[in-house]
Ligand binder design. Sequence first.
Ligand code: SAH
Length: 364
Amino acid sequence: MDLRSLSIAELRERVARAGEPPFRAEQLFRWLHGPGAGGMGSVRIPLAPSTVPRALRDAFLAEAPLVPLVPDGSVASVDGTRKFRFRTHDDRVVESVLIPDDKQERSKLTLCISCQVGCAWGCTFCATATMGFGRNLTAGEMVEQLYWAMESVGQKPTNVVFMGMGEPLHNFDQVTRALSIIEHPWGAGLSPRRLTVSTAGVVSGMDMLGRVRPLPNLAISLNATTDEVRDQIMPINRRWRIASLLAAARRFPLGHHRRITFEYVLFAGVNDSDVDAARLPRLLSGIPSKVNLIPWNPVPGLPFSRPSEARVLAFQNRVRRPDLPVYVRTPRGDDSAAACGQLAARIDEAGPERVAFGLVGHLS
Ligand code: SAH
């Protein structure tokens, strides 16, 4: 386990075992995750200032080495969305996306982070799925995406969503570690209400997530209103059918005034009919929900197309209910393929050179 993935409790244990005073755990945690942690990314980590004596830090690092991400370019699109690409210590590539200023909420800055290299679930419309499954990221590698984003824009994101590459509930242990680190007041200190875990529908993991405290927000990628269609676009549906997915959503222990987000990617002629629009609110009835409609972001080579804007709006109007808000998530970062939900390291096709991106700025 890398040092940056350890919980406070685990750091305390190690500090005690090392015969050090208990306050060292807080000092170590602040060094690894506190203000300035952004400046500690990869190469500079061993040199970051800390109240912990150098020899002690080195001893901890020897036991649990860091697995830093190396920034490998970032690309900004005209709407302000910015994609970051990283190389892992074992030479894999992952990405995160920073999405500013929703129209609804001016000061919002959402960071979409990756939790796996590639993904195992094979959704047929998804760019990441085309890579297959590489490996799980550690919690340290997840929080480091946050710290690099903070360093890069000099600002803390208001929201962090696990909607990048990978399936968070397929990497449950590390994702929940990352949540608890991001929430901790000695670290980035983000409220759990600002953290969202998005799943393709791993029902067993949803039940486990329901027992996590504090509870993060849950988003479910529904994307279809019948098993027949969902089977075609999301193979995970053959394991957990829509009915069992929604049953898990119903028993998810939502707090007061909280809703489950249902993501619904719209594909022309596949799931965007009036009949689908009529079925969707019926499926969700009884679940405090909101719906995010996401017109499909084209992925080269995949056999889908995005519905017209008029169709998207008509669909939105048909689904909307007084107790069911429905938002359209206009694809962001279109021009640089930076949209959240469209992450796949293009380097795989393009070879090791950075030819797939027009780099606008190089980190570090
Ligand atoms: N595995 C998790 C999180 C990663 S995908 C999940 O399935 O929720 C994050 C979101 O992006 C999902 O709602 C997914 O349906 C959506 N998505 C994936 N590829 C997309 C694309 N090309 N265009 C639009 N949305 C996409």
